[in-house]
Unconditional design. Structure first.
Lengths: 374, 515, 432
């Protein structure tokens, strides 16, 4: 018995030692990040073939798919190692959190994030920061954290303004005299941009609504009423269906619909068609293939060309300057407050596209250009 | 009879499972048109032999030859044997409850018409087949709405629909009451006249004696003997001797009852059916139990014996309407099963697999399940005490198992029944209600169970035994109540008990005076 | 042979589902090793292990409750929605009434208990199948989440975040490790050794065969080795990190619920109800109360899981809890529970959940897209259960047994219709 006991203690001890020796600690490795504090670390630069992580939302719109491909190829061309991830369709937030953690673990130097829920990434962004990675918020501003370094996007307020203006132009062309009856749609409430688009558009429309030239048929002008959860087409179609039955059931005419993007615009048009109404002026955004076809066919009125190629190219440019240790180009230092800090931003100008200027706008786009011919 | 040609011959069948020889050199010879019974204790190899015959154990997994209708056959599966006209009807019926009689008869064998199943033909054939088996029902009746006896007939009709030449019945009357059993046995005699041969496996030796032409007895995987019932003058004791390998002097252990005073009494117990409000399952039943007494309840299936027992046991069946229970002279309220257990009642159900045991449990867990508090401190079960109790019962009841850690499914029926008995003995009851305690159990184990029941009585407990087998009640009980349509119709002391008297009281509402 | 059998039996307990558990531990180790090699050692780094624990602790907490629900023969589809609903209620309440965060947590647990009582009532006392009740709950509380939160994301305070994103503080001398984590590890080692010795004593008191000493020693050595390794990994992360608080909550719950389900009367009753509810009822088990408590307990754990997720995400959002129920149910079934109830263990479910978690994590480290990850997870679930079904159809199973078959003298008994041979051969496959 005694013999067994001593032998057993020896064995347990040996096992412990074995694992002990196999175990390095990561305490030292992380020390520089602690001293780095909250400032980004642009001055240092990093290896030219370093890992760059790109975490995008689920593949719900063509744009994200395109952006993913562009990032994969662009980063490779620039000599970086890339890891581009989409969140799963049903478990978006949790997936994205796990993906960002994995990127941190793998030692990504820059993490570009197209957030699914802009307010729910605090922990991961902090983790990234502590590990010494630079965080770039791509297209959607990450809120509720001091740890995001840069924001890069199209000027979304401008997008909204352009949408509002296009709506007016379109309606004027069809029916020169006021008043015009419209309905308003806005994007998903968990997307920080939804409000920005909407406010941009209202910047143009509000004075006319107040004046009575533009009438919101249903009276729903509050963003909580107009929001479409998850940017989902089916939700937009549902809302439009119920608006049509509640407000436009007689021969009351609907002149225009403010739609924040193409997916929703098409859903709205489907709904109107289903109800047997004339298609109103419907705005859009993102230049999706189906919508460009729709514009050329005279159904959807406008879209916004936010050339994803340009945005991705600028983002990669930003990564390159970080790699070289230089400060990336910033053109807006004080507009984007995420609740914890003002995030330095680089904004690209959007372009409004209607049937008239489509050919010209998409001339350089291999996928869209053929659609605009003839 | 003897001159009839041999229909089936199984020669030197040996079937081994890794480590165990289930059948060793078994021979079976069945003649055209006879009723051939196969007898043996549980585990003697009866079912394995039938599985070999019907292709469940396909050719190649056993050695030996099967010669059927003069040709050597090698069945690869059960469909192959069915094509040859061999149909096996298992103890658990293979019917779809939610389908009609017609649909069940032709399930998997539907008459084809131009557009799928030709229901007209099916209906007509079904009526013919039902007539043949003596089943008087609307063929559109759902199988779940007819009794077990009639379901059995549907199975046989189904076999006829497949052009059966050799019908194998595994324990066909186990779940049937006397009347249905008699009908079934008559039917077997009837089809014998038409050239259909049958093999019957049964524990009910009186039935075998009555119906079989030839009996083959298996013991421990070997053929012991083949008896010609008429020529050899076979009786039950003769069969038992062959099965057990020794003479059983008596089917019941010697016992001198030591009966005390009345300690449990039920007065005017009235309970209605759980669903139909106007159906009374117990109507003003009254009875008493004395200390140290074994009281039998005789009755036909559906007479309300089980319903009476379960409704007493914490109102676990039906809706209580009226009646009073007295224990040790005081009235007690048994509203829940816990109340009943608390007042020293125990109920061993007739269907140990469906409601008596959790088949996922091991032996020790099952044995202590009805009174966990006895092995627990502050709600935490003490494995040592649990194990010790279980081990104690294993030894005293002689449960055949290597360890109480084994799952209960690994036990034979008799040993499972002992586990259920242990489970209720563990609650230290004053009154045990045993519902069909020996159903589906072989002769040897029955004897042991009788012994346990007598020991319980000797400890001063009251024991109620509900049984459909009159000889069992007469042999075991000190007093027998008869039940008919939910009412206690009579009371017969042991000395006066004989099957005829009991049967008369079991089929009539006329009360004989209670002494 | 008998030594190996004993080893297996002793290492994994004596329950019916242990072959499956053994298989899953095998799988888990294989997955860890595979990814450890494939990712050049990233899988077992401190940072990654810490991330995995905090990412999946809430799913594993759900799996604990789900196991009990499934053992009792029910299912709960509403856990994700209940978690999301609780999350938004707590976040909103703390935001609008500026409740201190501990009060917020209590509020959350109370909300969970209330929801659980609601669902338990319908299941146990009205008798509506749990599938329907919780399907309704899934819609109800998802809607409730959106109604209260206006589909908005509501941030929570720093203090509240501790339960999801917090770590043990750094105290004591600089050892190069997180000292509190080291202490926890030490306690765990002591616990393992104490339990082993205790169980040997119990076996001896039962007069049962006590496993040879070397088996106990080997087992202790393996477990202590694993604990020491894990401790050093968790203690050796970046300064300020340690074993996550959510991980500690998980461990406490696992220990408590394992004890409850295995050793107490209440736990036994859950298995009895799931194994054969009528038999349980006739043995004096209060069926309704067991069902009620099981459903209620699930919702309380779902509420806790929801709060941990909110704390980790630092905000409650409209997409919280989406398809969590599926992850939790998958973990339980991979861990060896039976669809029909009555079988399964907490530890099995945790192993099942860890298999899913590490698979997910490893694939993400490899940069495999979430679409492929889902496909692989789906296949793993299917294969794990198919494996079990196949083994059942084969009568019994033992991995070790099948590995050892060529060497052993005594053959296993047949899956026969002879249920009672008391021959020694019947002892061999006990582990199966």
């Amino acid at each position: 018995m005694r013999k067994y006991l001593t032998r057993s203690i020896a064995m347990i001890g040996a096992a412990a030692l074995l694992t002990l020796s196999a175990c390095g600690t990561e305490r030292e490795g992380a020390a520089p990040a602690d001293t780095g504090g909250s400032a980004a670390a642009p001055a240092k630069g990093f290896a030219a073939d370093a890992l760059i992580g790109v975490a995008l939302p689920s593949k719900t719109s063509e744009n994200w798919v395109l952006a993913g491909d562009l990032f994969t190829n662009g980063l490779k061309e620039a000599g970086f190692t890339s890891d581009v991830q989409y969140a799963g369709a049903s478990t978006t937030v949790a997936d994205q959190q796990a993906q960002i953690s994995a990127m941190v673990t793998k030692g990504a130097k820059v993490i570009v994030i197209g957030a699914t829920d802009a307010a729910q990434l605090t922990t991961q962004v902090k983790q990234a920061k502590e590990a010494g990675a630079v965080v770039i918020a791509y297209d959607r501003l990450i809120t509720n954290t001091p740890d995001v370094d840069y924001y890069i996007a199209f000027d979304n307020f401008k997008v909204g303004q352009l949408q509002g203006q296009a709506l007016l132009d379109g309606m004027k062309a069809k029916k020169p005299e006021a008043p015009w009856t419209v309905e308003l749609f806005s994007g998903s409430p968990d997307d920080n941009n939804s409000g920005v688009f909407f406010n941009g558009a209202m910047d143009v429309l509000k004075p006319l609504i107040d004046k009575g030239d533009v009438v919101v048929g249903s009276g729903q002008t509050d963003i909580k009423q107009t929001a479409i959860q998850g940017w989902k087409a089916e939700n937009a179609q549902q809302r439009m269906d119920s608006l049509l039955t509640s407000t436009y059931n007689g021969d009351k005419k609907l002149d225009g619909v403010l739609s924040p993007n193409d997916t929703l615009a098409r859903a709205i048009i489907t709904s109107v068609k289903g109800a047997g109404k004339d298609i109103p002026v419907v705005t859009g955004q993102d230049s999706e293939v189906e919508s460009v076809k729709s514009i050329m066919a005279g159904e959807q009125y406008s879209t916004i060309n936010k050339d994803t190629r340009k945005l991705v190219a600028e983002t990669i440019g930003m990564v390159k300057s970080l790699q070289a240790g230089t400060e990336p180009t910033i053109n807006d230092k004080d507009s984007y407050d995420n609740g914890q800090k003002v995030v330095p931003a680089y904004l690209l100008p959007p372009v409004i596209v209607t049937k008239d200027n489509a050919a010209e706008s998409y001339a350089n786009d291999p996928k869209l250009a053929p659609l605009t011919q003839g | 009879m003897m001159s009839a040609p041999v229909l089936l011959e199984m020669r030197s069948i040996t079937k081994t499972f890794p480590g165990v020889t289930a059948l060793a050199d078994v021979n079976l010879e069945v003649r055209q048109g006879e009723i051939h019974a196969i007898c043996g204790e549980n585990g003697a190899g009866k079912s394995t032999l039938m599985k070999v015959l019907s292709g469940v154990h396909p050719h190649g997994t056993y050695t030996g030859d099967i010669v059927y209708q003069g040709e050597q056959v090698r069945f690869s599966d059960i469909r192959a044997s069915e094509r040859a006209g061999i149909v096996i009807i298992h103890q658990e019926l293979a019917l779809v409850p939610g389908m009609s009689i017609t649909e069940n008869i032709f399930l998997g064998n539907e008459p084809r018409g131009r557009f799928g199943i030709d229901w007209k033909v099916a209906q007509r054939r079904a009526l013919e087949l039902m007539e043949e088996v003596g089943l008087q029902e609307d063929p559109d009746t759902l199988v779940k709405d007819i009794g077990v006896g009639k379901q059995q007939l549907v199975e046989i009709a189904k076999a006829f629909a497949k052009d059966v030449k050799l019908l194998i019945l595994d324990e066909p009357t186990a779940a049937l009451n006397e009347a249905d059993s008699r009908h079934l046995l008559d039917l077997l005699r009837g089809i014998r006249g038409r050239g259909v041969t049958s093999i019957i496996i049964s524990h009910k030796l009186n039935e075998i004696e009555a119906v079989a032409d030839t009996i083959t007895i298996l013991r421990d995987g070997r053929t012991i003997e083949s008896l010609d019932v008429r020529a050899d003058g076979v009786n039950e004791d003769r069969i038992v001797r062959g099965m057990v390998g020794r003479e059983l002097h008596s089917r019941f252990p010697e016992h001198t009852p030591n009966i005390g005073e009345v300690f449990f009494e039920v007065r005017d117990w009235t309970v209605r059916h759980p669903i139909s409000a106007d159906r009374l399952v117990c109507k003003g039943s009254s009875f008493t139990v004395r200390r140290g007494e074994i009281v039998g309840f005789a009755g036909l299936m559906g007479a309300g014996r089980t319903e009476l027992a379960m409704s007493l046991f914490g109102r676990s069946y039906g809706v209580y309407l009226s009646g009073r229970i007295f224990k040790d002279g005081e009235e007690v309220q048994l509203r829940t099963v816990s109340d009943a257990i608390g007042h020293g009642l125990a109920y061993v159900s007739e269907d140990r697999k469906a409601i008596g045991l959790n088949l996922l449990d091991d032996i020790k867990t099952s044995m202590v399940a009805a009174k966990l508090s006895k092995v627990a401190t502050h709600g935490v079960v003490d494995p040592v005490r649990e194990y010790r109790y279980a081990e104690e019962y294993r030894q005293s009841l002689r449960v055949k198992t290597p360890s109480v850690d084994e799952g209960v499914t690994k036990l034979s029926g008799g040993n499972q029944q002992k586990v259920v008995l242990a489970k209720w003995m563990f609650t230290d009851p004053d009154l045990l209600i045993l519902d069909e305690p020996t159903r589906g159990i072989d002769v040897g184990a029955k004897y042991e169970i009788y012994g346990i029941i007598q020991r319980l009585a000797d400890q001063g407990k009251g024991v109620i035994v509900i049984s459909s087998e009159l000889p069992e009640l007469i042999g075991l009980c000190d007093r027998i109540y008869t039940v008919f349509e939910g009412t206690v119709t009579g009371e017969v002391p042991r000395a006066e008990a004989d099957p005829e008297l009991l049967m008369k009281q079991m089929t009539s509402t006329k009360k004989t005076p209670i002494r | 042979m008998s030594r190996i059998k004993d080893l297996q039996k002793n290492l994994f307990g004596g329950t019916t589902s242990n072959a499956r558990q053994f298989g899953m531990i095998f799988t888990l180790v294989a997955i860890v090793l595979l990814f450890q090699i494939w990712t050049d050692g990233l899988t077992l780094t401190s940072g990654n292990l810490i991330a995995v624990v905090s990412q999946y602790s809430y799913i594993l907490i759900l799996a604990i409750g789900m196991l009990m629900v499934i053992v009792a023969g029910h299912i709960d589809l509403s856990v994700g929605s209940v978690a999301a609903f609780t999350g938004i209620v707590v976040a909103k309440a703390m935001q609008e009434f500026s409740l201190p965060w501990p009060v917020g947590i209590l509020l959350g647990l109370a909300v969970g208990a209330l929801i659980g009582a609601w669902q338990g009532f319908w299941v146990a006392y009205v008798g509506v199948p749990a599938f329907i009740v919780t399907l309704a709950g899934m819609l109800l509380f998802r809607g409730g989440n959106q109604y209260i939160g206006n589909a908005d994301t509501v941030p929570v305070s720093e203090g509240f975040r501790t339960i999801g994103a917090g770590f043990l503080p750094e105290v004591g001398p600089n050892t190069g490790y997180n000292n509190l984590t080291l202490l926890l590890g030490l306690a765990a080692c002591a616990g393992v050794i104490w339990r082993e010795l205790k169980s040997r004593q119990t076996r001896r008191e039962m007069n049962a065969d006590v496993a040879p000493m070397w088996i106990s020693v080997l087992r202790m050595a393996v477990m202590v080795g694993v604990i020491v390794f894990a401790t050093l990994r968790f203690a050796g992360g970046r300064v300020g990190t340690s074993l996550p608080i959510s991980g500690i909550i998980l461990i406490v719950l696992v220990l408590a619920y394992s004890h409850y389900t295995r050793n107490t009367i209440g736990g036994r009753h859950i298995y009895a109800v799931g194994g054969n509810s009528r038999a349980a009822e006739l043995s004096g088990v209060k069926l309704k109360r067991v069902n009620f408590l099981v459903m209620m307990n699930m919702s309380v754990l779902a509420a806790l899981a929801g709060m941990i997720f909110v704390a980790r995400s630092s905000a409650s959002g409209p997409q919280d809890g989406l398809s969590w129920e599926l992850d939790a149910i998958a973990a339980v079934f991979i861990g060896g529970a039976a669809v029909s109830g009555g079988l399964g263990t907490i530890s099995g479910s945790i192993v099942g959940g860890l298999v899913m978690a590490l698979l997910n994590n490893g694939l993400q480290l490899e940069g495999v897209g979430s679409d492929m990850v889902q496909i692989i997870k789906g296949l793993v679930l299917l294969l794990a259960v198919a494996f079990d079904v196949y083994n059942k159809s084969q009568g019994r199973f033992s991995i070790i047994g099948s590995l050892m078959r060529p060497f052993r003298r005594d053959d296993p008994p047949p899956p026969t219709d002879r249920p009672s041979p008391s021959s020694d051969a019947d002892k061999a496959p006990v582990a199966g």
